[in-house]
Design a protein around this ligand. Structure first.
Ligand SMILES: *[C@@H]1O[C@H](CO)[C@@H](O)[C@H](O)[C@H]1NC(C)=O
Ligand SMILES: *[C@@H]1O[C@H](CO)[C@@H](O)[C@H](O)[C@H]1NC(C)=O
Ligand SMILES: [Cu+2]
Length: 543
């Protein structure tokens, strides 16, 4: 085929398309639109039943706190200022009804399940401290609470297992600055120019190797922007197990490849000239290579997506509806995004998809790095789901939704615009064929998917959580990790444990495991559902 024939065929094909479009437009004597259903026609499909999955409102959270303050009959301290020996509210979240109750309500005309909350309370101020989980209801103004701890965990929840509060991190930082570091001031001043504020400590977890331990390796970094990439080579093992902060101790110190019994020993050996001093580095306050400042301004604005007749989906309360899809969504303060009652063309195919945890396991030749196994759910994935930036974190035209949480404070907090919903044209066809044999025609389908996104920042990492709904009924749960890696001080055989990413920085070898709960209900509609929730099949994958 020569070029001329190809051109002629192309022209013919175009003519065919134009003709077809004209036929479609003029059929029935009125101008029809090729455009998809507009927003208003989706709005009618919302159902208030989705509220059975709704997160607590700030009003409900306040009522729960008031109830606890009035009914626990113990002194409660704001967790924000709590000492380990105080009682405080750790967090409050919704206590969702069982699946059987919800399906009875959604599918079989059963009563709306009562709305309940879960409150987790630290009881540090009693002879046998513990952690207690209470279910409270009915909301919005609870009148009863029930301790479900023993039923849920098979026994008492020992107090030493409790996740570290922000208040405890502040106490650890204060202990280092006011009690521990002053015992090694000659060393710290001479090696790091320590001035009380230019070293930042990064926590590691777990906090020991046997049950009951509460020892944290605190790795020290230059206190600059992006400090995760500027380790100074000093790590301190703090034993913060005692409920009496004055009993806290430094159990071990690591500096430049050597271990010491404590900071006092490091200081005395340093004064005797017996400490092998590592490279002394200085880092500009903006962090230098770790700075998030763009190196050059973009030459022109980036391309934008365009919705000719507005969004083809609609968001009301906790529900998203599009032509093919509908689902309810929410945010657990600890585990993060959760989706319920996902329906494709009206039929429920998934009861629940939810993030459960994000775990990272490290190796290193430095003690903090080599022992680190972060389970980010224990820090709180939902709590750290921060506002999204329009045009960078999500498309400019996306719909942005706030989330609310109550953790480590008697007051609800808001993360504004922390969930975004948008439809994205992939820019390549879902399917297409250009026929150039026998007959001449073209058929193609635009590939566009509906997305729900949030981004959680857990220390150094930013996890981008996407749930993607395709036109063919496929759902994709996708996570991307960005932000910063964690690092160790580079020395000795460091290259056996990672890659050198800076003069004195080892990017440490590690694995991410992302854990989802997936409760598929494909082909379930019409069946009698009088059983409790499915087992929790979950999937781990390495990224
Ligand atoms: C934990 O402490 C609370 C508050 O004092 C108490 O009501 C509860 O019974 C304790 N739990 C166990 C299992 O001992
Ligand atoms: C780090 O520096 C900032 C100011 O640049 C200061 O507010 C902060 O307290 C410092 N952190 C520590 C642990 O000293
Ligand atoms: Cu990583």
């Amino acid at each position: 085929m020569n070029l001329k024939t190809v051109l002629i065929l192309l022209v013919l094909a175009l003519a065919t398309i134009v003709a077809l479009v004209c036929v479609l437009l003029t059929r029935g004597g009125r101008p029809a639109s090729c455009e998809p259903q507009s927003l208003s026609s989706q709005e009618g499909k919302h159902r208030d039943q989705s509220l059975v999955f709704a997160d607590l409102t700030p009003e409900e959270m306040k009522q729960v706190v008031t109830y606890l303050q009035e009914n626990l009959r113990v002194p409660l301290v704001d967790a924000y200022n709590a000492n380990p020996s105080d009682n405080c509210i750790y967090y409050v979240d919704v206590q969702l009804p069982t699946k059987a109750e919800v399906l009875g309500f959604l599918d079989h005309g059963g009563r709306r399940p009562p709305r309940q909350a879960l409150a987790v309370v630290y009881f540090g101020n009693q002879p046998d401290p513990n952690v207690t989980e209470d279910v409270l209801g009915p909301l919005p103004k609870p009148t009863t609470h029930q301790d479900i701890t023993v039923q849920k965990y098979g026994g008492k929840l020992p107090y030493h297992r409790r996740p570290v509060l922000d208040a405890e991190y502040k106490l650890i930082a204060g202990y280092l600055r006011r009690t521990a570091f002053p015992t090694a001031l000659t060393f710290l001043n001479q090696i790091f120019d320590y001035d009380g504020t230019n070293l930042a400590a990064m926590t590691t977890a777990p906090r020991g190797f046997q049950s009951g331990d509460r020892n944290t390796w605190c790795a020290l970094f230059h206190n600059v922007s992006g400090y995760f990439l500027h380790p100074v080579g000093l790590e301190v093992l703090v034993d913060h197990g005692s409920l009496d902060v004055s009993q806290w101790r430094v159990r071990k110190v690591f500096y430049n490849g050597q271990y010491y019994g404590g900071l006092v020993q490091l200081e005395s050996e340093f004064k005797q000239g017996r400490v092998k001093v590592g490279p002394v580095t200085s880092v500009p306050p903006d962090g230098g290579f770790s700075s998030m400042q763009p190196r050059a301004a973009p030459r022109a604005p980036f391309p934008l997506q365009y919705e000719p007749q507005g969004p083809r989906y609609s968001v009301r309360n906790n529900q998203v509806v599009s032509q093919a899809w509908s689902f309810a969504f929410g945010m657990n303060v600890n585990t993060g995004m959760r989706l319920f009652d996902i329906r494709f063309k009206g039929e429920r195919i998934v009861y629940e998809i939810s993030v459960q945890d994000a775990i990272s396991v490290y190796g290193s030749n430095c003690p903090g790095g080599m022992s680190t196994r972060y389970m980010d759910g224990s820090f709180g994935i939902g709590r750290f789901t921060y506002p999204l930036v329009r045009g960078v974190d999500c498309p400019y035209s996306a719909t942005y939704v706030d989330t609310h949480y109550l953790a480590q404070s008697p007051n609800p907090r808001i993360n504004k615009n922390s969930i975004c919903i948008f439809e994205q044209n992939s820019g390549s066809p879902l399917r297409r064929h250009y026929s150039n044999l026998q007959s001449l025609y073209y058929g193609g389908l635009t590939n566009s998917a509906l997305l729900l996104r949030s981004i959680a920042t857990l220390g150094n990492y930013d996890y981008i959580w996407d749930f993607i709904f395709y036109q063919n009924g496929a759902i994709e749960a996708k996570v991307q990790a960005t932000g910063y890696m964690t690092s160790s001080f580079f020395y000795g055989d460091g290259l056996d444990y990672g890659n050198r990413v800076g003069d004195h920085t080892l990017g440490t070898v590690h694995t991410h495991s992302i854990n989802y709960k997936v409760d598929l209900d494909v082909g379930e509609s019409g069946k009698v559902t009088n059983r409790r929730s499915h087992a929790n099949p979950s999937k781990s994958e390495n990224v």
